[in-house]
Design a protein around this ligand. Structure first.
Ligand code: M1P
Length: 198
C-alpha cells in the first residue's frame, strides 16, 4: 500500500455539524472507491453517522471518533481510551458557564464523550442560527481561546483545543486528533500518509 489519507469531518468533508453536501458527496464517493482513507472527528461515531452516509463510512479503512481516542474498523471497535475528567475541571467549566457575558444557553454544555470532554458556552443543543451567532461572538471576543489557555495553564496533564465553531475539546495531553498519525504508523502499512484537517 502506498498512500493513505486521513480526513477530518467537520469543516473538511462536511460543513460544521452538518451533512456532506450533494456536490461534494458525488465527487468524494467516486474518489473514495479508488483510494485508502481514514476518518477522524472530535464527535462520536453516532454523530459522524449523521454527517456521512453509511456507504462512505463503509468505504473508509477505519474511523477514529472522539479525537482519535477510539478506532472502528469495519464497525468493530479496536480501542477506546477512557478519560475521567477531574472534579475541579468540571467545576471550572461550570463557573465559566455561569460567568460568561454570552446570554443564550441551549443545553448540553459539558458533553462527556467517555474519552474526552466537549465544552460549549452556547451549548451543543443550539440551532444552526445560534451556532453561527456564538461563532461570530467568539470571533470578536476570543472567549474560547482564553478559556482553553486557562485550562492549559492550570492542568498540566490536560489539553484544551478549539475544535470546531462553538466548542472546546478537552483531553488528556497529546490525546487529540494528531494521535491518529502515531496510531497510523503503528497499525497500517504505507509509504506516505496525508492528513487533511481544517
Ligand atoms: O470535528 C471538529 C469539531 O466539531 C465539533 O465542534 P463544534 O461543535 O464546536 O463545531 C465537535 O464535535 C468537536 O468536538 C470537534 O472537534
Amino acid at each position: 500500500m502506498e498512500k493513505i489519507y486521513i480526513f477530518d469531518v467537520d469543516g473538511t468533508l462536511t460543513p460544521s455539524r452538518r451533512p456532506i453536501t450533494e456536490d461534494f458527496e458525488a465527487f468524494f464517493s467516486k474518489w473514495a472507491k479508488e483510494n485508502t482513507f481514514y476518518l477522524v472527528s472530535g464527535s462520536n461515531l453516532e454523530k459522524i453517522k449523521e454527517q456521512l452516509p453509511n456507504y462512505i463510512l463503509n468505504l473508509a479503512a477505519g474511523v477514529f471518533p472522539c479525537g482519535g481516542n477510539q478506532l472502528f474498523i469495519n464497525d468493530t471497535q479496536k480501542y477506546n481510551r477512557e478519560f475521567k475528567p477531574p472534579e475541579d475541571l468540571l467545576n471550572f467549566l461550570k463557573e465559566k458557564l455561569k460567568n460568561t457575558n454570552y446570554t443564550t444557553k441551549t443545553g448540553n454544555h459539558i458533553e462527556d464523550r467517555g474519552s474526552m470532554l466537549n465544552f460549549s458556552i452556547v451549548g451543543r443543543d443550539c440551532s444552526l442560527e445560534q451556532r453561527q451567532d456564538y461563532f461570530e461572538y467568539d470571533n470578536n471576543v476570543g472567549e474560547r481561546s482564553s478559556i482553553a489557555e486557562e485550562i492549559n495553564a492550570k492542568w498540566k496533564n490536560i489539553e484544551a483545543v478549539i475544535g470546531g465553531q462553538i466548542s472546546i475539546d478537552i483531553t488528556p495531553k497529546g490525546m487529540n486528533k494528531s494521535q491518529v498519525l502515531s496510531e497510523g504508523k503503528k497499525r497500517f502499512s504505507y509509504q506516505s500518509i496525508y492528513f487533511y484537517r481544517r
